[in-house]
Design a protein around this ligand. Structure first.
Ligand code: PMP
Length: 284
């Protein structure tokens, strides 16, 4: 049985309790982070912690934990669960109060929950065969830069993809790809340029995105941060996605059309290798 963290305590998972009045439960009034664990160490922890602080700030949720305490809780969970490889999920909500659209008083304690999920991040069959994606209307709200727990629409989009025999959905707003259901989306043009949507309120500012673009620039690859269409993606040489839990994941088909020759592309493969090597070095 896992040991999880709830509001200051480490407890067995079946003893962890959160109020039915929690605003995370009633209003999706909360934010989260997912940090990958590799070799029992945290990948890009400072990036995830900084984004957590930003998400909380945008929603005026005041977390009662210091930076050091956040790191310490993550490390204690790795130790308590003997976690070699997987993820640590963290969620902070505005806490429990009578149901009201108006926020509760500022001294209402927030709810903080962390748990581990063990799985093989490196040995991922999708990284071998590449994902099939379908395009789905991006019907999310317009603050996708805040990592809130309102994940119903991305979940519906992913289910739509599954029902069409695909692995994932790429979201399209005003004719342009924003991002994947739970990842950032990229194409590699015929001349070898990596293209991914520029940062705005319409996408999550991926921590993996930032690290992977840095790897690409260090490898002298050309990077353009701009929108692209599904048609441009279908005519590209390759496509891929990035996320903390998926690293760099090749995409080999979009809306039934093979990308390039329909097999995993060399840029995606190389970036995945380089990114994993860099993260193994810098994990803490
Ligand atoms: N976009 C969305 C919508 C996501 O849910 C995620 C993963 N949480 C990402 C992008 C990738 O972000 P990161 O690299 O920080 O995991």
């Amino acid at each position: 049985m896992r040991t999880v963290y709830v509001n200051g305590e480490f407890v067995p998972e079946d003893e962890a309790k959160v109020s039915i009045f929690d605003r995370g439960f009633l209003f999706a009034d909360g934010v989260y982070e997912v940090t990958t664990v590799l070799d029992r160490k945290l990948v890009d922890f400072f990036g995830h912690r900084a984004r957590l602080r930003r998400s909380l700030g945008e929603l005026n949720i005041v977390l009662d934990l210091t930076d050091e305490q956040l790191l310490d809780i993550h490390r204690q969970l790795i130790a308590a669960n003997d976690l070699d490889e997987g993820i640590i999920y963290l969620q902070v909500t505005r806490g429990a109060a009578d149901r009201d659209f108006v926020f509760p008083p500022e001294d209402t304690p927030v709810t903080t929950v962390l748990f581990t999920q063990a799985y093989s991040v490196i040995d991922n069959p999708l990284a071998q065969r590449g994902a099939k994606v379908v395009s789905v209307d991006d019907k999310r709200w317009s603050r996708c830069d805040i990592k809130t727990v309102q994940l119903l629409y991305p979940s519906l989009a992913k289910m739509e993809a599954r029902s069409k025999g695909a692995d994932d959905a790429w979201l399209v707003r005003d004719g342009l790809v924003t991002e994947g259901s739970s990842n950032n989306a990229y194409i590699v043009t015929r001349d070898g340029t990596i293209v991914t949507r520029d940062l705005s309120n319409l996408i999550l500012h991926g921590i993996t995105r930032r690290a992977v673009l840095e790897c690409a620039r260090n490898l002298q690859m050309k990077v353009e941060e701009r929108p692209f269409t599904i048609e441009e993606a279908q005519g590209a040489r390759e496509a891929f996605s990035t996320s903390a839990s998926g690293f760099v994941s090749p995409v080999v088909q979009i809306d039934g059309k093979p990308i390039g020759d329909g097999s995993v592309g060399s840029v995606a493969r190389q970036l995945r290798e380089v990114y994993i090597a860099e993260m193994r070095k810098s994990a803490i």
